[in-house]
Ligand binder design. Structure first.
Ligand code: PEP
Ligand code: MN
Length: 235
């Protein structure tokens, strides 16, 4: 989330092309502390009214348990980022709410550890956990991470939790994102999370892996065909 215009444009366009959830970072977990850290709580009021105007549920990353209370009235799903998958104190606090939790896989986490991290939320009484494969760290440097699509059917065979795939962080290269969206659908994912920006070259975060509106529209058109070929539907 950068400003009202950017969020409105991205929300309107993606929804028109089949997106169901609006994922925007208010607190960003950045590797470099000098990078854009997000607008923080001061932006919450206008984000809340814009979300209602767009009538899209809002997903945002939670980086600190102290933000649960102020974010709770506005947020429809808390994203736990890759760096916080092992933050069991945070997971337990989220487990005390009923708000859905999108639990990203740690970039060095075994799938078994990822499922156990989900248990921390479930055990506290919140059954609404969605898993998200976002790429793992390997020896390969051509891509930002190595998207582990093989883990999708592995998890689906062992857990009833829905599984999303995030090809944006999974590849870190916008040109590679569409093919991995289609592959995620073919691998049995329940959904995808894709970074989209009205002007990727000017994005304050991760622009090199964000799809333009045109690329997102084309990706979604093809995704409908892939999903149909798998005997499923986006609707
Ligand atoms: C993100 O979704 O923007 C993000 C920072 O994800 P991850 O925690 O997977 O790096
Ligand atoms: Mn990002």
């Amino acid at each position: 989330v950068e400003d009202q215009n950017q969020l409105r444009l991205a929300g309107e366009f993606t929804q028109k092309n089949g997106a169901r959830l609006l994922r925007g970072g208010i607190f960003k977990m950045r590797t470099d502390p000098a990078s854009f850290q997000g607008l923080g709580l001061q932006a919450l009021e206008w984000i809340s009214s814009l979300k209602k105007e767009l009538s899209m549920p809002l997903v945002t990353e939670i980086t600190d348990a102290r933000h649960i209370e102020p974010l709770l009235p506005v947020v429809d799903m808390f994203q736990v980022g890759t760096r916080n998958m092992y933050n069991y104190a945070l997971l337990k606090e989220l487990g005390k709410t009923k708000t859905p939790v999108l639990l990203k896989r740690g970039f060095s986490a075994l799938a078994e550890e990822w499922l156990l991290a989900a248990e921390y939320v479930l055990k506290e009484g919140n059954p609404n956990v969605v898993l998200c494969e976002r790429g793992i760290r390997t020896f390969e440097k051509a891509t930002r991470n190595t998207l582990d699509l093989g883990i999708v059917p592995w998890v689906k065979a062992r857990s009833d939790l829905p599984v999303l795939v995030d090809p944006s962080h999974g590849t870190g290269v916008s040109a590679l994102v569409p093919a991995m969206c289609w592959a995620a659908a073919a691998a049995g994912a329940d959904g995808i999370m894709v970074e989209v920006h009205p002007d990727p070259a000017k994005a304050k975060s991760d622009g090199y892996q964000a799809l333009s509106f045109e690329a997102f529209g084309q990706m979604m058109a093809q995704l409908r065909q892939v999903v149909k070929a798998m005997g499923r539907s986006l609707d």
